[in-house]
Ligand binder design. Structure first.
Ligand SMILES: [Zn+2]
Length: 277
């Protein structure tokens, strides 16, 4: 059963990567993604396949991580017996409220930050997902691996996300399916399924450029993002907002000029003040 859950999660990830590629990619890899999706779908047992397709028609998130005994997508608290059944993983368990397929990954990286304080004013724009302490000007890295390792470490050291090793591994698995490097020297390495808090963004900048992938793309601005599964659709909007912002050369220049975390954070706030709500 665990291998079936892994298979379903792999399929879900590919479908979400296809959505990303559709939103912000150049469409060049669509055929390859479609082929892999078709293959993985056809390998499912017949009944599972029809269940999957039925759920996918309703929403692109079919797989629901269980977090603290709740469905991480709709928030429904499971009865104890079902929590145990999901852990035992002997049969497919569906969320009693949203019908998605439940699974638990106990060693997945998790949000470890503070809950938002009730007395603080509500944050807006990019500061809902990031902070000055997650800004890394002068990111010293010679490859995507090194860049991702450094930014994941920052997230862990600043008490946002646990298990940076696992985080790096997941981000690299994602890169292996389809590089997140884009035109204009941007890259969006990310990890979905980091539950327990909000979407989190760390940013690293290299003036010289980091050789990113086999295609030889040089990346200057790295957005490393962890995403709770439930906000996968919002992530697409954030990514397209950032892409749009940094299509403008003046915005890229302002980011590349920043010498300290404080300057970088100010430049990011300024550049995104209209594009990220
Ligand atoms: Zn649910």
């Amino acid at each position: 059963m665990q291998s079936l859950i892994n298979h379903l999660n792999q399929l879900q990830e590919l479908l979400l990567i296809r959505d990303e590629h559709r939103t912000t990619g150049d469409g060049r890899h669509m055929d390859r993604l479609n082929d892999s999706i078709e293959q993985l779908t056809d390998m499912l047992p017949v009944e599972m396949k029809s269940l999957y397709l039925r759920l996918y028609k309703k929403d692109h998130i079919v797989m629901a991580p269980m977090h603290n005994g709740c469905c991480a997508i709709c928030g429904m608290r499971m009865p104890i017996s079902q929590v145990q059944a999901v852990r035992l993983c002997k049969q497919i368990q569906s969320c009693p409220s949203c019908a998605r397929i439940l699974f638990e990954e106990s060693d997945a990286p998790k949000w470890i930050g503070d809950a938002p304080s009730r007395t603080e004013p509500r944050k807006s724009g990019i500061s809902r997902f990031s902070a000055e302490i997650l800004m890394v000007p002068n990111l010293k890295a010679h490859s995507a691996v090194e860049a991702i390792e450094k930014l994941a470490k920052v997230m862990e050291e600043q008490n946002f996300i646990s298990a940076s090793d696992k985080l790096v591994q997941s981000a690299l698995e994602r890169e292996a399916v389809l590089s997140t490097a884009m035109e204009n020297g941007l890259a969006f390495p990310h990890v979905r399924g980091v539950e327990g808090g909000g979407l989190t963004l760390a940013m690293g900048v290299s003036k010289k450029g980091i050789p990113w992938d086999d295609a030889g793309k040089l990346v200057n601005i790295v957005f490393f993002i962890t995403i709770p599964t439930a906000v996968s659709a919002f992530y697409l909007r954030l990514m397209s907002g950032l892409t749009e912002t940094f299509l403008k050369e003046q915005n890229r220049e302002a980011i590349l000029e920043a010498k300290t975390s404080e300057e970088l954070w100010k430049a990011l706030l300024k550049a995104t003040r209209y594009s990220i709500k």
